[in-house]
Design a binder for this molecule. Sequence first.
Ligand SMILES: C[S@@+](CC[C@H](N)C(=O)[O-])C[C@H]1O[C@@H](n2cnc3c(N)ncnc32)[C@H](O)[C@@H]1O
Length: 236
Amino acid sequence: MKLYRLYENASIKMVHDQNLHSALNSLKNEVDFDYILETGTYRGDGSTELLAQIFHDTPSLKKLYSCEVDKYSWEIAQKYLIKYPKVVCLHGLSVSKQDAIEFVNTDLAISQHEDYPNIYIDDVTDPKAFYLNELSGQLSQSSQQNEILQEGLISSTLKEVEGNILICLDSAGGIGYLEFLTTLQCLDSKNNYWFLLDDIHHLKHFRSRLYMQNDSRFDIYAESSENGWLLAKFSM
Ligand SMILES: C[S@@+](CC[C@H](N)C(=O)[O-])C[C@H]1O[C@@H](n2cnc3c(N)ncnc32)[C@H](O)[C@@H]1O
């Protein structure tokens, strides 16, 4: 794989291009969302704020949940997003800690990343160690202690919500595909779901995108290969 940092459009935050704005605004006009669930808040001023700004005046929207494992980033995001009353910042892991560690330790796309020369990755020297460090909440490398109190936040949050749900997956590159597969296991036929993925040209979601392309339950609305996002509807 290629080092993502060297990509000309590389950004830790989701890139807000005009096409993404237009796609989300058309979706907003089509669907009355009840809930949004996002993984990977980071500092709150990227995808979380974009979603909050676009959907804040949707009357049906009850909550926008966003989770972040790094306590230092979570604290910054919580303060930054206070101006959006529907946003709830959760501190913890999107998936189970044990599943995440096992996934990073056994995923051949990580250990044999050289087999995918057209896909981006965050570290080419020791990607396993890089992603295990991110999963322990140390991406910001703050000296602060990072106790992870909650895990499995995708499944626990999806159990609590119903109606029209937008799921935005944008956390660790090393477990993006695990998040996608975990999310699929939590979907309930009584609800309607839409997916926003970031980094479809990256280890994070290149397989999630392939999965969607080969599964007739997904209808891809819009995507950007340049900026790496994809918006799709899921029907049971
Ligand atoms: C690419 S950044 C997110 C960028 C953000 N969505 C934006 O647009 O500004 C990934 C974030 O996910 C966090 N993270 C990594 N693994 C996580 C996990 N399993 N659960 C929750 N957060 C995670 C990292 O600490 C990092 O802040």
